[in-house]
Every structure is written in C-alpha cells, then in structure tokens.
Design a protein around this ligand. Structure first.
Ligand code: CDP
Length: 222
C-alpha cells in the first residue's frame, strides 16, 4: 500500500472555539501528532510568573527565557512541551494563567523564543512515525506554517464559547484574551488569507471532525 503523505494541518481560532477537541479528533483519526501551542504559551507564562518576571520587554525577560530549556515528551498522539524537564500539568489552566497568558504571549521576545521550537515539531512527528502533525494556536497558519497542507480557522459565537468553558467548569476571560490576542502587534490572532473558515457554533464536535476529515482525506494521497 502507498504510504500516506506527511501532512501539516494548522488550526487557529479564538479561545474556546473548539481547536483542541477538533485537533485531538483529527490526530486520532489520521494518526497525526497533536501539538497544542496554547499549552506552550501557558507553560512559559507559568514559569515566568513563578520567577517573578513581569510581562515587559527587559533584561529580566531575556534572561528568564534563556534559563528555560525546551524539549518534547510524547504521550499517545500528544506532543507536550517540557521545560527544564517539567511536564506541564493542569496548573497551566488555572485562573492565574488564564488572566496573564495573553499579556506574555504579546511579547515579541517570547514569540521568537517559541518559534523554532514550534517548527521543530515536524521532525519530532517524523521521528516518531506519525503521518503528520496537527498544530493548534493563534498564528499557526499565518506565521508558523503558512505553507501547511491545510489551514483551518475555527469560529464560534461568544455565547457558545462561554457555554463550553462553563461546562468544563473553567472560569476564563475568553473575550478579554481574544481582544488582547487580536490587537497585539506580534502575530495577532487573525483569519489568514486563503485558510478555510469554519463556524462551529451550531455543530457538534463529531460534525466538525466529520467535516474536516472530508477535507483531509483527499490530501493524504494527493
Ligand atoms: O485553549 P484556549 O482557547 O483557552 O487557549 P489556548 O490555545 O490554551 O491559548 C492560551 C493563550 O496563549 C491565548 O489566549 C494566546 O494569548 C496565547 N497563544 C498565542 O498567542 N499563540 C498561539 N499560537 C497559541 C496561544
């Protein structure tokens, strides 16, 4: 049988737009490595907060970033960032991180620090025998992988997104994060030209995965 083509799928969208569940579903269906870049920003935010480093461009930030050694741990289809050997846990989804992450993510130094690491995940996926990777975030289709095989932008109405978070029992400042993420200078959250726009407001997770799978399927042996 012919080997499927190695695929890079970029999924962007606002907070609670359904990126993680969709990415997870696709990763299982097509044996892709799932990379959640939001967790990278959350984990580095937590480390910088713990070190008492403020979200401002200064020497402390540069030195703080230099002290973080990044690596990857694979668990099932998921590729997790590790920082100085630490594997991020639920603490990166705390209210404190929710409240702070967008301020740190707006710093060009932090974005530059994570850029090569994010791109290096392609090799990690190849080395671990995956058929490709599905990477979710805010700037994957615009900055990290503008030439991805598929670039998807997920949207959902604010009420639907708030409902999803409430169901998960999470207090989150979704709209505030979206506002900061969309208006920052460095790699803002935006619909990248030529990406596929999918409104998930009225769709179940299964329907979203089904719709996207129909787009992915023909790409595999193209
Ligand atoms: O899962 P959720 O939609 O809550 O957000 P997330 O994907 O975990 O991302 C958390 C935060 O990280 C976002 O609000 C952005 O500020 C930042 N982020 C980013 O700037 N660029 C990315 N590629 C991914 C996340």
């Amino acid at each position: 049988m012919t080997q499927p083509k190695f695929l890079i799928i970029a999924i962007d969208g606002g907070a609670a737009a359904g990126k993680s569940s969709t990415s997870r579903g696709l990763s299982e269906r097509f044996h892709l490595m799932h990379v959640d870049t939001g967790s990278f920003y959350r984990a580095t935010t937590l480390k910088l907060l713990e070190a008492g480093i403020a979200p401002t461009t200064d020497y402390a930030l540069v030195a703080g970033l230099q002290s973080l050694q990044l690596d990857t741990a694979i668990s099932g289809n998921n590729a997790s960032i590790t920082i100085n050997g630490w594997v991020p846990d639920e603490s990166i989804r705390s209210q404190k991180v929710n409240d702070n992450v967008s301020h740190y993510a707006a710093l060009p130094e932090l974005r530059a620090f994570l850029l090569d690491y994010q791109r290096s995940q392609v090799q990690v996926a190849r080395d671990n025998g995956f058929n490709g990777l599905v990477m979710e975030g805010r700037d994957i289709g615009s900055v990290i992988f503008p030439d991805a095989n598929l670039r998807l932008f997920l949207h959902a109405d604010p009420e639907k997104r708030a409902m999803r978070r409430a169901k998960e029992g999470i207090t989150d400042s979704i709209e505030k994060r979206d506002r900061i993420d969309s208006t920052r200078k460095a790699a803002p959250l935006q619909y990248p030209d030529g990406a596929i726009f999918l409104d998930t407001s009225e769709l179940s997770l299964e329907e979203v995965i089904e719709n996207v799978s129909k787009i992915v399927e023909p790409l595999r042996f193209a």
